[in-house]
Design a protein around this ligand. Structure first.
Ligand SMILES: C[S@@+](CC[C@H](N)C(=O)[O-])C[C@H]1O[C@@H](n2cnc3c(N)ncnc32)[C@H](O)[C@@H]1O
Length: 284
């Protein structure tokens, strides 16, 4: 497909953010090499320790997959699929056919390569495209999922409407996302936009209303804020443990900026201003 338009400042900010993210394909391959793990014969079960870019790792995939009723041969769309860790997990454990959609080209290419390495390309494919203009016909998928990515999408009503459009009637949309719990001041909002590439954040009630407006019946909605506040403290430590790889690839100044930004972001969970939610809804 043609490249997504990058004239929109919000889109350019997201792709720049992920092109310079401490978790990336090169870092994963470096870690595998450092641990003496060969690429030849690499399994999803080994790779999954390194390729998930959301909170709660594979345990969170498992909860989402079960809530969505994933099973063999269902057509699943992962909206904003990153390096494809969850897509491979769903295919490997549930036998689904999974398509990942992402507009950061480095993520899209990395996802394809990692999927071939673990031999799952017969079940998983990736599409380079924008979640706000999905390149799929109506009713193409049985399940739509997303994890900690829709926070980057500027137009949430359109995003949720696109997810509902590509679902079959009776299909399930199951996702988790970073949420706003309390109002943020101007400087915090500006920093999240500038440094985390979050153009806007939804609330628990906001997503519930958008799902209803898109013709979906909410089946489950959970507040994950406390759980994520704990996970994020560990995640900050994980990023700090990647200091040498991050400095090697992007330089010291970049590592320091990332560290400041991530500490600020985690702090907003500590004070209860940011949170998280899981939603499961069925298209009527
Ligand atoms: C935190 S990563 C999540 C990846 C994946 N869900 C996972 O758990 O490993 C967020 C991804 O969303 C993608 N993204 C953000 N906005 C997007 C949009 N409008 N269309 C397509 N992809 C988008 C980014 O390129 C990035 O790869």
């Amino acid at each position: 497909m043609s490249a997504p338009h990058t004239t929109d400042g919000a889109i350019a900010r997201v792709t720049a953010f992920y092109d310079a993210h401490p978790i990336n394909e090169e870092q994963i391959l470096h870690t595998l090499r450092a641990r003496g793990i060969a690429l030849e014969g690499l399994s999803e079960e080994t790779l999954q320790e390194f390729d998930q870019d959301h909170f709660g790792g594979t345990a969170a995939n498992e909860v989402l997959a079960r809530a969505a009723g994933m099973r063999a041969r269902l057509r699943v769309l992962d909206v904003c699929s990153g390096m494809g860790g969850p897509a491979r997990y769903f295919a490997h454990y549930f036998g689904c056919r999974v398509t990942g959609l992402d507009f950061t080209y480095t993520r899209f290419l990395g996802a394809q390569r990692l999927t071939r390495v673990v031999g799952l390309d017969h079940l998983v494919d990736f599409c380079h495209g924008n979640a706000l203009e999905m390149p799929f016909p109506d009713a193409s998928f049985d399940v739509v999922v997303g994890q900690e990515a829709w926070c980057h999408v500027p137009d949430k009503p359109r995003l949720v409407a696109e997810c509902a459009r590509v679902l079959v009637p009776g299909g399930v949309i199951a996702f988790t996302d970073i949420l706003r719990r309390e109002s943020l001041d101007e400087e915090e909002t500006a920093r999240l936009q500038r440094e985390m590439a979050f153009p806007s954040l939804e609330t628990l009630d906001g997503y519930a209303a958008l799902l209803a407006a898109s013709g979906c019946t909410l089946e489950r909605r959970e507040d994950l804020s406390e759980e994520w506040a704990r996970i994020l403290v560990a995640r900050l430590a994980m990023y700090r443990s990647l200091e040498s790889e991050t400095v090697h690839k992007f330089g010291t100044a970049h590592f320091q900026r990332w560290d400041d930004t991530y500490a600020f972001f985690v702090g907003l969970y500590g004070t209860g201003r940011l949170g998280g939610g899981r939603f499961v809804a069925r298209k009527r």
